[in-house]
Design a protein around this ligand. Structure first.
Ligand SMILES: CC(C)(COP(=O)(O)OP(=O)(O)OC[C@H]1O[C@@H](n2cnc3c(N)ncnc32)[C@H](O)[C@@H]1OP(=O)(O)O)[C@@H](O)C(=O)NCCC(=O)NCCS
Length: 155
């Protein structure tokens, strides 16, 4: 990865760029613009972008949630523009947000992916996520999801 690549916190001025990435990467499954605005405005969300030569190439958004007394990281979206894929940007975003979630007290992290999203599934398996459950029709009729989970704490 080149030295001109940075990961930084997203700013409100990144709204349009993040929405365009969502639409390009998820088409009709993209989060609507007002959701992205919420990710940027709500301080509970950690939204990071990767910037390559001044352009936003990808983003991730996540937050810490409390579930039955357990502090868990939940990744809502991660996407890298097609022309920047397989260069390590997705991994850099994922690892950076995981570190932040862990520092905020999350012991595990979870996320959902479409069952037919082979690239994402391979990506998460490489990052030591494991299948937790299959979510029938999670993305609409006939479009199952998989919930993945990973322990963040080492040792
Ligand atoms: C999933 C995604 C974020 C990965 O981003 P990326 O920058 O390409 O990821 P990396 O370059 O860090 O890839 C790390 C590893 O993930 C796996 N991987 C990523 N894309 C893959 C693909 N198309 N096919 C197979 N494995 C893939 C590989 O193991 C890869 O390591 P390798 O290149 O050494 O083989 C990207 O493909 C993307 O934006 N997809 C569209 C949006 C999406 O589906 N997001 C996830 C929603 S749940």
């Amino acid at each position: 990865m080149s030295s001109q690549v940075t990961v930084r916190r997203a700013e409100k001025s990144d709204l349009r760029a993040l929405y365009e990435i969502e639409v390009e990467c998820f088409q009709d499954g993209a989060f609507p613009l007002h959701y992205i605005a919420h990710f940027l405005e709500d301080p509970e969300f950690i939204t990071l972008v990767t910037v390559v030569e001044g352009k936003v190439a990808g983003y991730v958004t996540a937050r810490v949630e409390n579930f039955e007394g357990k502090c868990m990281g939940h990744i809502y979206s991660i996407a890298v523009k097609p022309e920047y894929r397989r260069m390590g940007f997705g991994s850099c975003l994922l690892e950076t947000v995981e570190e932040i979630l862990e520092k905020m007290g999350a012991k595990v992290c979870y996320l959902e992916a479409r069952r037919d999203n082979t690239a994402a599934i391979r990506f998460y398996l490489k990052h030591k996520y494991r299948v937790f459950e299959v979510l029938k029709d999670y993305y609409g009729a006939g479009r199952d999801g998989i919930r993945f989970m990973k322990f963040l704490l080492k040792g």
